[in-house]
Structures are given as structure tokens and as C-alpha cells.
Design a protein around this ligand. Structure first.
Ligand code: M7G
Length: 407
């Protein structure tokens, strides 16, 4: 039987055809170690996948014209053919592409895990020597050679107290940089387990994600209630910034194992999870976020006295849960809302009071306890007063305020 249409396995398998045809594949013959081959019939053709010679880990595909005498062997055998043919024929690249496609459905839009080495750096969006962080615009190159944008945030993680003695002992290299009287400076090259870097990846990233991390000049906007109604609200309504990650948390499709506390009441309940920014290795930068179950509250501007029971639950139960789980008392927590938030689904930030968390400054953070008091005094407090917030000069909302002659 002369193989027809021999193609190299590595990157040479036609994914579109494989995915469709595998559904009807039937195993004709197969072998495991040491030959590793699988011979299947697919509609209108036969295909042989075999291990590429040379131990490179690739698969070689050979296909040919229809054969008359092929019999169906039932659904189980077909499923087996599907899985085994995939396992043999897929290169790591193809595997990732399939995982990505299938992951989309399971996670409501979230891409499946992938390796950082798939990403290529395009440019530095911003860096902060103080925060020991760098924000990168990266891209992931697809099989057809086209790039998909990603944002990567690299941050040196805070020291962990229990690992510090090891750091001094195990530092591979300690280079003395200068010495003067009682002062000296060393540069250490610690082993990998003591020199962690946290990498947060947004993939695929939209232009809005990229702009969010690009350095721009910042302006303070003073928004009256009328400005909110005429400029901000129509703008928010015209935007489609996805809050799928919030729904994934509420529906336990993501981060379910990270939930610290939940009050399941649909009106007055919420879910408390560690924030994306916190790696939970140390309490100094403790950061959790409470996401409310109600979906129609966009921001501080929508709050009235009707929401007091919900806000009181978040404050009280959030504090109790953090004290119980992490041993940090309520008096050492900064509990606040952002205005403007990045995501228009009500959520509350819980950060360690000693942690200078991004967005915890006066122009953006509103303490939850103050919000509660304000609403208790006046139900329409946030539909009356002007609110100040920072906007970067490149943000579309800033442009709207500019067009309206407000900046
Ligand atoms: P925000 O005030 O809307 O915007 O807060 P900000 O990001 O400009 O502060 C949203 C909060 O949710 C931030 O503290 C984010 O770090 C956090 N966050 C964002 N995402 C996409 C996730 C996520 O997927 N999981 C968790 N746990 N937190 C997230």
C-alpha cells in the first residue's frame, strides 16, 4: 500500500480537516510502544498517523483514497479513535490551539492556560521602579503566523518573612558593591525559589487593556450629577468592556476554589475572593474583592438607601471572613469602592491598610463605611453630589468630557 499525500507531522496537519473528520473516525489498526501508529478510516479517505522517526516527538500523517471494505465499529471505538488520533497527530502547537478553542466554551470566553514562552514582547507599556513592575504589550503568534495581542504584567513579589533567612544563606552570589564605614551594599543572585516574579497575563487583550497600562498624563474630572447623566452614563452604555470574569466568579465557573466567603442571597449577597493582584503568599499586600450578586448596580452612582442591607453585609461579613481566614482584623483593612471603576458591576476592594495599593488614593477610593453613612443620611446622596475622579488623557471618556467643554 503506497502512502499517498505524505505530509510532515510537525505543523503540517490540517487542523480544520482533522477536527471535522475525527468525529467520524474509525480505528482500523493501531499499536502502542514501540511503533506508535494509528490507522483510521475517515469519510472519503483513510489516514495513518505514526511517530516521526528520530525521536523528535512529532507525528507523521499519511492519507489516501477511500477503501471499500471499511466497517463501522461503534461509537466507543470512534471516541477512542478520536482521542488517540488526536494524541498522536497533534503537535504541541495544535494541542494548544484546540485547548484554546474548547476552553472558550467551558469558561465563558476565557482562554485556556498556555505557556508564557508562547508570547513575544512587542513593547514596554509602562514600568515602575518603585513597584518593581513592568507592563508589556506582547503577542501570541498563531499557526497561520498572525499575532494576537496580550498584556503581561511582571512584578517582583514581596519578601516572605519565613524565606528571608534562606535568602541570606542560599544566595548563590553576593557581590559587594560598595563599603563605607558601617555601610555596605551587596547584590544577591538568589536561587529561583527565592526570586519569584509574578506574571499576570491578559489574553486576548483588547485595545482598551493595552491603553489601560500605557503611561499617559492624568487629569482630574469633576463630574456633576448632570454630567453623569449626559456624558458618563451614555458613554458606559455604549461600551462593551466584558465583565465575563465577574459572572464566572458568581456562577462558580472560575475561581470557585478561591472563594473566601459567600452570602448567596440574590439581593443582599456577594462573593469574596482574593483579588487578581494578590498572590496570597504574604499578608502585607493583602487584597480581596467582594463581587455582589445583583447585576444591575453599575457603580457608586446607582447606590441608594435601598442598597444599605447589601453594603452592610459586605462590610460586616467581609471583615469577619478576612479575620477568620487570614487573621487580619477589620481595623487593619481599607475597604472601599472605586469611582470610576474599570468594571461596571458593583464590587468592593479590601486591602491591607499598610499596603499602598494602586487606586487607593483620595481621587479614586470611597471608603465603604462612609458610603453607608452618606446613604443612611440621604438616600439620593450619590445622585446629587459631584464626584471627582482621574482620567488618562487617552481615555475615550476624557475625550467626551473635553468635547462637552468640561475640561
Ligand atoms: P476596578 O475598580 O473595577 O478597576 O476593580 P481597577 O482594575 O482599575 O482597580 C476591579 C478589581 O478586580 C481590581 O482590583 C482587579 O485587580 C480585580 N480583578 C480584575 N479581574 C479581571 C479579576 C479576576 O479575573 N479575578 C479576580 N479575583 N480579580 C480580578
Amino acid at each position: 500500500m503506497a502512502p499517498a499525500g505524505l505530509r510532515a507531522g510537525q505543523g503540517g496537519v490540517d487542523v480544520a480537516r482533522d477536527r471535522r473528520d475525527y468525529e467520524n473516525a474509525e480505528v482500523l489498526n493501531s499499536s502502542g510502544f514501540p511503533d506508535f501508529f494509528i490507522f483510521v478510516s475517515i469519510p472519503g479517505s483513510w489516514v495513518l498517523w505514526e511517530k516521526e522517526p528520530g525521536g523528535g516527538g512529532g507525528a507523521r500523517e499519511t492519507s489516501g483514497p477511500p477503501r471499500g471494505a471499511l466497517r463501522s465499529r461503534g461509537p466507543r471505538r470512534r471516541a477512542c479513535a478520536l482521542a488517540r488520533a488526536r494524541a498522536m497527530a497533534e503537535t504541541p502547537q495544535l494541542k494548544r490551539k484546540r485547548a484554546e478553542e474548547e476552553g472558550e466554551n467551558e469558561n465563558g470566553g476565557a482562554a485556556a492556560a498556555f505557556s508564557l514562552s508562547d508570547l513575544r514582547v512587542r513593547r514596554v507599556l509602562r514600568e515602575s521602579a518603585r513597584d518593581k513592575a513592568m507592563f508589556l504589550h506582547a503577542e501570541r503568534i498563531g499557526l497561520s503566523g498572525e499575532g494576537t495581542d496580550a498584556v503581561v504584567i511582571l512584578e517582583k513579589t514581596p519578601f516572605q518573612e519565613e524565606k528571608v533567612p534562606d535568602l541570606l544563606k542560599k544566595a548563590m552570589k553576593a557581590e559587594l558593591q560598595m563599603q563605607n564605614d558601617i555601610y555596605c551594599t551587596f547584590y544577591l543572585s538568589p536561587p529561583p525559589e527565592l526570586s519569584e516574579i509574578k506574571a499576570t497575563v491578559v489574553y486576548p487583550a483588547t485595545e482598551k487593556h493595552i491603553q489601560k497600562y500605557l503611561r499617559h498624563e492624568v487629569h482630574l474630572i469633576r463630574e456633576s450629577w448632570e454630567d453623569y447623566q449626559n456624558i458618563t452614563l451614555p458613554f458606559i452604555q455604549s461600551q462593551s468592556f466584558s465583565i465575563q470574569w465577574v459572572y464566572n466568579i458568581l456562577e462558580k465557573k472560575a475561581e470557585a476554589d478561591r472563594i473566601v466567603h459567600e452570602n448567596p442571597d440574590p439581593s443582599n449577597g456577594f462573593v469574596l475572593v482574593p483579588d487578581l493582584k494578590w498572590n496570597q503568599n504574604q499578608l502585607d499586600d493583602l487584597y480581596l474583592v467582594a463581587v455582589v450578586h445583583r447585576r444591575e448596580i453599575k457603580s457608586l452612582r446607582d447606590l441608594t438607601a435601598e442598597h444599605l442591607p447589601l453594603l452592610r453585609n459586605v462590610l460586616q461579613e467581609g471583615k469577619e471572613a478576612i479575620a477568620k481566614r487570614f487573621g487580619v482584623p477589620g481595623s487593619q483593612l481599607r475597604i472601599y469602592l472605586h469611582y470610576q471603576p474599570s468594571y461596571y458591576h458593583l464590587h468592593v476592594h479590601f486591602t491591607a491598610v499598610g499596603h499602598d495599593a494602586p487606586g487607593s488614593s483620595v481621587e479614586r477610593a470611597h471608603l465603604l463605611a462612609d458610603v453607608i453613612d452618606n446613604l443612611a443620611m440621604d438616600s439620593t446622596f450619590y445622585q446629587k453630589r459631584a464626584l471627582t475622579f482621574p482620567l488618562r488623557a487617552d481615555e475615550p471618556l476624557f475625550k467626551k468630557f473635553q468635547e462637552a467643554g468640561k475640561v
